[in-house]
Design a protein around this ligand. Structure first.
Ligand SMILES: *[C@@H]1O[C@H](CO)[C@@H](O)[C@H](O)[C@H]1NC(C)=O
Ligand SMILES: *[C@@H]1O[C@H](CO)[C@@H](O)[C@H](O)[C@H]1NC(C)=O
Length: 312
């Protein structure tokens, strides 16, 4: 009975095997198992090997001329470090001796990174808005690209691509390491209402991979422009009996700001015998002779637009 118990004695000694295999290893690559060798020949030479079930490797047994056998791992399907960094398998072998001897060895495979992932921005388009005249150094936004690889293959630097105009690159600074975009020039709404930037993220792999994104920065107006008054035409002298309602000057007003910042009210702050009329807010304003005899005023300007009678 004692003999029976020890019929299969695990006395074949195997050292654990450790492999470092890059994830870019091509299917068909072979990795000899040093420990799975048997110097015995004849019936005691190793008879069979078995590999625990796994996704990537199969076992290949080679027989030398002298009849001794050795085993090698053959990669069958590609490895992917991003999916599985390490895998363990058990190699079992049984010899042909009597009694049979068997042994196991632990095979540990560490998958090394290859630069097989591109940097990816967390947004393909970033939007930000900025008030004009924002001071230099103002943080506009922070880009964020990540790379699933590791080490230098995942280490990212940011830079403007050729699609970002020189003018825009003059106004914004991009930190290559942090991805922060800050103001470094003058933001003038009247000059540019929005800026578009194109940035690439590049890893530091031996054969670097790139990811791209677009950034749109809208500029919001502040009231930074004075209204401008231009006298388009005027009579420098007028007869004293000039008829009421005669146009004596056309005045243009403008303001480069938008919205309420661009609205302009005109007033004459001296007592002069003229009044002005705004036909439309945006059209020239007509300086007209003060209406001394309101009854003689027909209530229309020289273009035939109805006007409000001024009060005196
Ligand atoms: C960058 O994006 C990744 C993936 O979307 C996210 O996990 C990470 O927290 C982000 N980092 C920052 C600083 O926003
Ligand atoms: C301009 O005139 C309008 C109409 O009289 C008035 O409502 C507005 O407050 C004025 N704006 C300024 C800046 O004086």
């Amino acid at each position: 009975m004692r003999v029976c118990l020890y019929q299969r004695i695990p006395v074949l000694l195997f050292l654990p095997s450790l492999f470092l295999i890059t994830e870019s290893a091509a299917p068909g690559s072979r990795f000899p198992l040093e420990s799975a060798q048997d110097q015995d020949v004849g019936t005691n030479s190793l008879r069979s090997y078995q590999l625990s079930s796994n996704e990537h490797f199969v076992l290949n047994i080679q027989t030398r001329n002298d009849g001794s056998k050795f085993a090698e791992l053959v990669l069958e399907t590609p490895l992917d470090r991003e999916q599985q960094k390490m895998q363990e398998m058990v190699l079992t072998s049984v010899d042909g001796g009597s009694p049979e001897r068997s042994g196991t060895a632990l095979i540990t495979i560490t998958v090394l990174d290859a630069n097989d992932n591109v940097p990816v921005f967390d947004q393909s388009v970033y939007r930000a808005s900025l008030v004009e005249n924002a001071p230099r150094g103002t943080l506009v936004l922070k880009l964020n690209a990540t790379d699933l690889d590791e080490g230098p293959n995942a280490d990212i630097t940011y830079s403007f691509t050729l699609y970002t105009s020189e003018k825009t690159q003059y106004v914004f600074a991009l930190n290559p390491n942090t991805g922060e975009i800050t103001v470094k020039g003058t933001i003038d709404y009247e000059d540019m209402k929005f800026y578009e930037m194109h940035v690439e993220a590049k890893d530091k792999g031996q054969h670097p991979l790139l990811g791209q994104c677009k950034i749109v920065v809208d500029v919001t107006d502040t009231n930074d422009n004075y209204p401008e008054i231009t006298v388009k035409s005027y009579k420098s002298t007028v007869n004293e009996n000039i008829p009421v309602g005669t146009v004596i000057a056309i005045v243009g007003i403008s303001d480069r700001d938008t919205g309420d910042n661009g609205k302009v009210n005109l007033s004459i702050n001296q007592q002069v015998p003229f009044w002005y009329l705004s036909v439309y807010d945006s059209l020239p304003i007509h300086l007209m002779r003060k209406c001394l005899f309101s009854s003689s005023f027909n209530g229309r300007d020289f273009w035939g637009h109805r006007v409000n009678r001024p009060t005196f």
